[in-house]
Design a protein around this ligand. Structure first.
Ligand code: GTP
Length: 308
């Protein structure tokens, strides 16, 4: 006979505990603003949370059970599937950026972590993917290192990249070059042509830099008002100087009138080069000072010159 005087709730059974944790698990899946899915080892989706509704072409009736190769264009499916395979075969978590279209046709970048799911025997039977939308964060990061006027990277980004580029050049046994560029008598140009026209000159400088330094790995910056910098690897000082000369000649050939810049009367640049040999250890400050001294010499040699 049950004791009717005992008003305490009945003890929770293992099944009660399981149901409670299942409810929490499903609430999490349904409300998390991230993509969570699992795939079997053939690439068939076995579970996908509600947030998948945000994806272009998503169909709730067919998504679970479909294969990645049926759901996505071939090259996207191959990339997605490759990461699942690596996670399963190497039994480790893979972190990758992936791009997918949302229902509103905007392209979004996700940071995805994929990891293997193990059964009771410790065998991998599926992979799980958890993807977070990082589109806004990436845009904000890009804005914080980009010069608004010219679209070049800013000084902050030069500081971030310098040691990384130094390591890369050393590994490739190449010469790291820092090139500093300054518009000649730009104050006078602004004074006689106005600030908005001056801005057009700065954009033209950025354009000349982009024309000359278009190889992957070449980096161009606007580091101050009329000061620009390039950071790139080359095989010799002469090769670097030839690129600097190309920028100087390009801008001079645009013949932008500037009466206050004798003797030529058009906008010109002064450029200073400094190099770090693969076996040298120079700090960013030291190489910057060397390039700045070379720029100073270019100014004193009559401007419109490359100096090293
Ligand atoms: N139009 C424009 N001018 C800027 C901007 N930022 C800085 N400047 C101007 O750039 C000029 C830089 O001049 P200075 O550094 O004094 O040198 P300079 O006249 O170029 O003379 P040298 O370098 O000796 O040839 C200043 O007049 C600044 O006001 C900008 O974003 N747009």
């Amino acid at each position: 006979m049950p004791d009717r005087t005992d008003t305490r709730p009945p003890p929770r059974t293992e099944l009660d505990e399981l149901r409670a944790s299942d409810r929490i698990f499903h609430a999490l899946l349904d409300n998390a603003p991230i993509l969570i899915s699992t795939k079997d080892l053939q690439g068939n989706i076995t579970m996908a949370n509600r947030h998948f509704e945000i994806l272009d072409g998503y169909n709730a009736a067919t998504f679970v059970g479909s294969n990645v190769f049926e759901l996505f264009p071939r090259e996207i499916a191959e990339q997605l599937w490759r990461n699942d395979r690596i996670a399963a075969l190497e039994r480790r978590a893979i972190h990758e950026e992936e791009s997918v279209y949302h229902r509103d046709k905007t392209l979004h970048t996700y940071m995805t972590v994929k990891f293997p799911l193990l059964d009771d025997e410790g065998q991998v039977y599926a992979t799980c993917a958890v993807s977070t939308d990082i589109t806004d964060a990436k845009a904000a990061q890009a804005d914080s290192v980009t010069d608004e006027l010219t679209g070049l990277k800013n000084r902050r980004y030069l500081n971030i990249r310098f040691s990384e580029e130094q390591k890369r050049a050393r590994r490739d046994q190449r010469l790291l070059t820092l090139l500093l560029i300054d518009v000649d008598r730009f104050k006078e140009y602004n004074d006689s042509h106005g600030h908005p026209q001056g801005d057009q000159v700065l954009k033209a400088v950025a354009d000349a830099m982009r024309q000359a330094l278009s190889r992957p790995g070449d980096l161009s910056f606007r580091i101050g008002g009329d000061e620009f910098a390039c950071l790139f690897a080359s095989n010799s000082a002469d090769e670097s100087a030839a690129l600097a000369e190309q920028i100087r000649a390009d801008l001079a050939a645009r013949l932008i009138p500037h009466q206050g810049n004798p003797p030529c009367g058009h906008v010109t640049l002064s450029l200073g080069l400094a190099f770090v040999a693969p076996d040298a250890t120079l700090s960013q400050q030291e190489i910057y000072e060397q390039a700045d001294q070379a720029l100073y010499r270019a100014k004193h040699q009559g401007r419109n010159t490359v100096s090293r």
